[in-house]
Design a protein around this ligand. Sequence first.
Ligand code: TRP
Length: 325
Amino acid sequence: MDTVFSGIQPSGELHLGNYLGAVRNWVALQDEYRCFFCIVDYHAITQDYDPAALSKRTLEMAGDLIACGIDPERSVLFVQSSVPEHLELCWILNTVTPFGDLGRMTQFKDKAEKQVDNINAGLLNYPILQTADIIIYQARLVPVGVDQVQHIELAREIVRRFNARWGEYFPEPQALLSSTPKILGLDGQAKMSKSIGNTIALGEDDDSIRKKLATAATDPARVRRKDPGNPDVCNIHTLHTFFSDAERIQWVRSGCTTAAIGCIDCKGALADNVIAHLQPIRERKQQLQANPERVKEILHEGARKARAIAQRTIAEVRARVGLWS
Ligand code: TRP
């Protein structure tokens, strides 16, 4: 059975973009693979963040992942900083990572532009730690969005160099891209993201879901009710494709293109379906929130399992590299 590894930043509460773009796929992968899912708090501190809020966000993220269907009986769910062996491997990988490649990473350049007063070495070395995360479990498959493909390509390069220098040991990981279209935020402009504030959160109440969808952007060319619209450029239509059945999606398409229905009708139907879909997830989320000790226990157990494997890898790596023991 192949091993899957993926990581997510501890941004606190999950939103629809995380759920549709990533977590839903992770849940499905559990049936076929041995899976590791990691909340990457060491990565989080490379960006501007609030130290007092971080561990709370990590816990909330864990609860949301479980509520969505990450099953601790089948998958290893853990927090990155509970397994400090990732850092030891990261240091070793530093010595086979080409310096020039790091500065060329698009994400590094984007983040550096956003936080000019905090362009730290961790931000530059971010993809090396990401590589360590993956290969310390000998994972071959990494479910990620297209924005992470460049990091996975670099991970492959780092693995080739490790293997060339210290002997064939790690498999080259591969990105596992899903066919999920990009989930835009309520503004219809940017990818759904907590930092932009254009999200619907997983735990949002019904009223708020309805209100947010009611003011969400649609096809900008559809100005008046009688103008026909183009569902292919409408984020509300994209969301229907996830939450609505074939009949409803057909109703949207024909109603929109002929102006038989208005955006308000279309959004109302979407809100009904989003609410119905999130209902069981929200219930589980509330149960877990009421029992944080249970979530901590799951993370503790996940860390124990992950750490046992990571320690075996590190022992082997130390011997190959020639470190003192
Ligand atoms: N960089 C990833 C992101 O921002 C998170 C991440 C950290 C990750 N380590 C990873 C993803 C390992 C996949 C594998 O989304």
